[in-house]
Design a protein around this ligand. Structure first.
Ligand SMILES: [Zn+2]
Ligand SMILES: [Zn+2]
Length: 184
C-alpha cells in the first residue's frame, strides 16, 4: 500500500505543531485562531480551509491535538506511542479513502467530514505512524538541551541526533566546553 503521502511533509507538520508551544520558555505561538490559520498556510497550504474563519473552538481543538502529539514523543516505548497514535486516529475518525486530487488516485486517511482539528489530527498522526513504523521509537526525539523541550524526528543515518536544532547543539557544545574549562 502506498503511504508516500504521509512522509516528510506531514512529519514536519507534526513536529512544528508540537513546537509551537515552548514548554521551557512558556511561550505560546498559537494564541488566536488566526495564528492557527497562519501556521497552516505556512506548513500545509492545502489545508481544508472551509468557508468560515477559524474560531476559538478550533483553536482549542488544535491545541488538544498538539498535546496528544507530544505524548507520542514522550512515550516510554513503541507500544505506548502506538497506543497514543491509535487513540488519536480513532478519535478523529481517520478513515482510508481514495483521493484523486492531483490526478493520480492515492490513499488518504482522514475524517469524512473535515473540521480543521480533525484533519490536522489525522494527517499528523498518519505521518508519525509511518515514521514510527519505518524508524522505530529511537527516531522520536525530545531535545536534550537543558533549556529546550522541542521534539524532532531523527532522520540521521546512525540515529545519533540529540538536539532539535543546530542552535541547541551549538549552545550545548559551548556550555560543555565552558564546564570543561572550569574543571581544569
Ligand atoms: Zn493527496
Ligand atoms: Zn532544542
Amino acid at each position: 500500500m502506498d503511504f508516500s503521502h504521509y512522509s516528510d511533509e506531514t512529519v514536519t507538520l507534526a513536529v512544528d505543531l508540537v513546537n509551537t508551544l515552548e514548554v521551557f520558555g512558556d511561550s505560546e505561538s498559537l494564541e488566536r485562531p488566526g495564528d492557527v490559520e497562519r501556521f497552516l498556510d505556512e506548513h500545509a497550504p492545502g489545508w481544508p480551509r472551509g468557508r468560515r474563519s477559524l474560531t476559538h473552538a478550533d483553536l482549542h481543538e488544535v491545541k488538544a491535538i498538539r498535546s496528544r502529539l507530544r505524548s507520542i514523543f514522550s512515550a516510554v516505548d513503541a507500544a505506548q506511542a502506538a497506543e497514543h497514535l491509535n487513540a488519536l486516529l480513532d478519535d478523529v475518525a481517520a478513515t482510508p479513502r481514495v483521493s484523486t486530487h492531483g490526478g493520480r488516485p492515492h490513499l488518504h486517511v482522514e475524517p469524512a467530514v473535515a473540521g480543521v482539528a480533525g484533519w490536522l489530527g489525522a494527517v499528523t498522526a498518519m505521518g508519525l505512524s509511518v515514521a514510527l513504523i519505518e524508524g522505530g521509537m529511537e527516531r522520536m526525539g525530545i531535545c536534550e538541551s537543558s533549556t529546550c523541550d522541542d521534539v524532532f524526528v531523527d532522520t540521521s543515518r546512525n540515529r545519533s541526533r540529540r538536539h532539535c536544532s543546530d542552535t541547541c547543539t551549538t549552545r550545548e557544545n559551548v556550555a560543555a566546553h565552558r564546564r570543561r574549562r572550569r574543571s581544569l
